[in-house]
Design a protein around this ligand. Structure first.
Ligand SMILES: [Zn+2]
Length: 206
């Protein structure tokens, strides 16, 4: 009998030095992930990239805009430039196509969705938590199932089996204590150990 596994995807926003230990946890458990980066923020202290340019090796880099503005409050021209420049700088830096996007602050508008499509993004993630994340009605408003610290994370995980995809997100800087790192390690290990689930790349969903 052919068994269909639930596909599990995750992504992490903003780029932070905590991405370094987070990537170590993910590698140890064979997990896949995308990192949504703001190219202009990567030069600032506390950001991971200047110190360890290889920190995201083996993972996918996606666009989180150049400067992390409220895109829907900008002029179309300014929003377009922030989106396109952010994507271009990431592509130049990592030498790989950047096809995913995550909305800064989770906010967006129909005009911004159109800009992202024009700029060549395949999907854009919101911060709206839904029960059934896939397939999204519109790939430029791709709603995840939940934040990684959601109190009902595992209930949502179980219910997501019905639709076959579970998508969670967060910021590595939200993991602040040794106990939280232990809990995160166990969370990732539990998904890896689930015989009815498999880690996949976000882009492979599309
Ligand atoms: Zn952000």
């Amino acid at each position: 009998m052919k068994q269909t596994k639930m596909r599990v995807v995750q992504c992490w926003d903003d780029g932070h030095e905590n991405d370094i230990p987070l990537c170590d946890v993910l590698r140890r458990h064979g997990a896949k992930a995308s990192f949504n980066l703001n190219a202009s923020n990567m030069e600032q202290p506390g950001k991971a990239l200047p110190k360890k340019p290889d920190v995201f090796d083996g993972f996918t880099v996606a666009n989180h805009s150049l400067t992390h503005p409220h895109l829907e409050q900008m002029t179309i021209e300014a929003a377009r430039a922030d989106i396109i420049d952010g994507r271009k700088r990431l592509q130049d830096r990592f030498g790989t196509p950047v096809l995913g996007f995550a909305y800064p602050f989770g906010t967006y508008s129909p005009a911004v969705m159109e800009l992202l499509r024009e700029a060549g993004h395949v999907y854009a993630r919101t911060t709206v938590n839904v029960e059934q994340c896939f397939p999204p009605q519109d790939a430029m408003a791709f709603h995840p199932n939940c934040h990684f610290l959601a109190p009902d994370f595992w209930e949502r995980y179980e219910r997501a089996r019905a639709c076959g995809v579970f998508y969670f997100w967060g910021h590595s800087y939200e993991i602040r204590t040794p106990e939280m790192w232990e809990a995160f390690d166990a969370q990732i290990a539990r998904i890896t150990a689930d015989p009815a689930a498999e880690w996949v790349e976000l882009l492979d969903l599309f």
